[in-house]
Design a protein around this ligand. Structure first.
Ligand code: PGA
Length: 250
């Protein structure tokens, strides 16, 4: 049985004060919703210190939305994996399509980030996914396979054991256009098959999350698919009720 995970990617939203309020509301609601679901919140860097403090000893874990591709030094504006981990953060989202698209993150840079994350005890949530054009031209399988081969295939078995994958079709992110449960399952099964080539039975344990316009009213159908182990949630993670409502989809 794989872990069931609902992770909230807050992106560049909320002030630190609003973020604390949001986490408090999630904590308040979680008593009735939690069950077997592992909830993770990924607020902006500026909130991490406070959010890790108020979630300590609770059922919510904390993740960052990125980390630097260098360990330390003269990299103005960057935040290192070590800094993040030292706050008690457990996870880090890497390779989100917005990072690839707007900040030119390449596989080479992502390899460095993943290694630094592991070196500091962080569990990466590595994102893959195709654009609409890539889907429509039938390139989706090659695109996702390359995103896996170029980054994940460099990991040792020990590192791979701690990896979470998020499949996020770019055309479904923030657009309200959700992939059908069957489209999600088809790609998740493909991802697992691709990972199995290198990591054999270990790939059976890898949580693969779906992301892209997940809401409380579509989560249940998507999560019911055998290779979907949860969700990476953007917009709907900014409301405690919706975030927990998605978790209730399991
Ligand atoms: P969305 O974002 O749920 O707002 O579509 C998902 C994500 O980008 O992780």
């Amino acid at each position: 049985m794989r872990k069931q995970i609902v992770a909230g990617n807050w992106k560049m939203n909320t002030t630190p004060e609003q973020g604390v309020e949001l986490v408090k509301s999630i904590l308040k609601g979680i008593g009735t919703h939690c069950g077997s679901v592992n909830y993770i919140v990924c607020p902006p860097y500026t909130h991490l210190s406070e959010v890790t403090k108020i979630t300590r000893g609770t059922n919510i874990r904390v993740g960052a939305q990125n980390c630097a591709d260098e360990a330390k030094g003269a990299y103005t504006g960057e935040v290192s994996a070590e800094m993040i981990a030292s706050l008690g953060v457990d996870y880090v989202i890497l390779g989100h399509s917005e990072r690839r698209q707007y900040y030119g993150e390449t596989s080479e840079k992502l390899n460095k980030r993943l290694n630094l994350a592991y070196a500091n005890g962080l569990v990466p949530i590595y994102c893959v996914g195709e654009t609409l054009e890539e889907r429509e031209s039938g390139k989706l399988w090659d695109v996702v396979k390359a995103q896996l081969e170029e980054v994940v295939f460099g990991l040792t078995d020990e590192q791979f054991r701690k990896l979470i994958i998020a499949y996020e079709p770019v055309w479904a992110i923030g657009t309200g256009k959700v992939a059908t449960a069957d489209q999600a399952q088809e790609m998740h099964a493909f991802i697992r098959k691709t990972l199995t080539v290198k990591y054999k039975e270990l790939a059976d344990k890898t949580p693969i999350l779906y992301g892209g316009s997940v809401k409380p009213d579509n989560a249940k159908e998507i999560f019911a698919k055998p290779d979907v182990d949860g969700g990476l949630i953007g917009g709907a993670a900014l409301k405690a009720e919706d975030f927990l409502g998605i978790g209730a989809g399991f």
